[in-house]
Design a protein around this ligand. Structure first.
Ligand code: AHR
Length: 329
């Protein structure tokens, strides 16, 4: 009798241990994914930490995942496409429920996206697009219209020089070569300024979306370009770096050289309110809550729109002063 009781106790213990082990499991043998505790598991591959915008975007995604009760597997690609591909492959191996990523550059994604599709893991693009022709490789693309952002910047500039005949020399600081926001912001701006033949881009160089490169590239341009009327930087950080270079060269940013940037992060908005930047086109990094909602839907097999646009605005100096006290990032 005692022996039977001991065996029953041992069996109960064994069952309890295996139940606990199951709790920590990622997915199951059927390949259906999901946390063993029922949490949605989201694998997210981020571009890196190149700008204030990116930092705010990462925080938005991390905070929203916590609020939604998801398990977030976050990976920082440090600006390298090969690291993103590696991360996505690792998410596939781990059988996460949903993969989301913000692609460093537009091209070169077909193979890894096909691997995710074959593994039945839905993919969501956030912030930046890919140039894949097969649109079934991802469920949706959530982010800004970068061409429109470039156009807004160009339209503002065209307005400033309306009715004037003097040539206007523009320097453009591009984002990362091959990245969607760099390609599209260049395109939209060029289209808008084409309406005024006096406005010409005299130098266009990449500052890789970082403050440090914005500064060094602008230092070189200031030395090689005798007359600069306007600087158009594809993001605030490069603009802020360029401002340091302009001031070091003894010029007044915002007055001697008009400055237009994109993003509207706090540092950019502060420079705008101080008159060092003249106009900012907003690009919202707060994609986290929408991404969590989409992840839930695609996991459930619901149909979602192929393209979801972010709502954005533009800021003049006066508007920046009014918006700054409530600016979250
Ligand atoms: O893809 C969005 C862009 O990437 C932001 O405008 C820029 O600041 C960031 O690095």
């Amino acid at each position: 009798m005692v022996r039977v009781k001991m065996m029953a106790a041992a069996l109960t213990g064994l069952l309890a241990v295996s139940a606990l082990a199951g709790c920590g499991d990622k997915g199951d043998d059927t390949g259906s994914g999901g946390g063993g505790d029922g949490k949605l598991v989201l694998g997210f591959s981020q571009v890196g930490a190149e700008s204030g915008w990116r930092t705010a975007n990462t925080k938005s995604i991390q905070d929203a995942a916590t609020a939604a009760g998801y398990e977030l597997k976050f990976s920082d690609a440090q600006g390298k496409q090969e690291k993103q591909i590696e991360a996505i492959r690792s998410f596939i191996t781990q059988k996460v429920d949903v993969i989301a990523f913000s692609p460093v550059v537009t091209s070169g994604w077909d193979a890894v996206l096909k691997e995710a599709k074959d593994a039945d893991i839905p993919v969501i693009l956030t912030d930046r697009a890919v140039d894949s022709q097969d649109k079934t490789l991802y469920k949706t693309f959530l982010g800004s219209d970068f061409v429109k952002e470039g156009k807004e910047a160009g339209n503002w500039l065209v307005k400033q020089y309306e009715g004037k005949t003097d040539p206007v020399n523009v320097v453009e600081l591009q984002g990362t070569v091959g990245a969607a926001p760099a390609i599209d912001r260049q395109k939209g701006f060029a289209e808008a300024i084409a309406t005024n033949p006096n406005i010409k881009i005299v130098k266009s160089q990449s500052g890789n979306f970082t403050r440090a490169e914005g500064k060094t590239v602008m230092e070189g341009i200031l030395q090689s370009t005798p007359k600069i009327d306007v600087l158009y930087a594809h993001n605030d950080d490069m603009g802020l770096g360029a401002i340091e270079a302009i001031e070091a060269a003894g010029k007044k940013p915002g007055t001697d050289i008009k400055i237009i940037t994109v993003d509207a992060v706090k540092d950019g908005m502060t420079a705008l309110s101080e008159g060092k930047i003249n106009f900012i086109v907003e690009c919202s990094p707060l994609l986290g809550p929408q991404l969590m909602d989409l992840a839930k839907k695609v996991k459930a097999g619901d149909t979602v729109d192929q393209r979801i646009l972010t709502v954005e605005t533009t800021f003049t100096q006066e508007q920046a002063k009014a918006a700054l006290p409530d600016r979250k990032y």
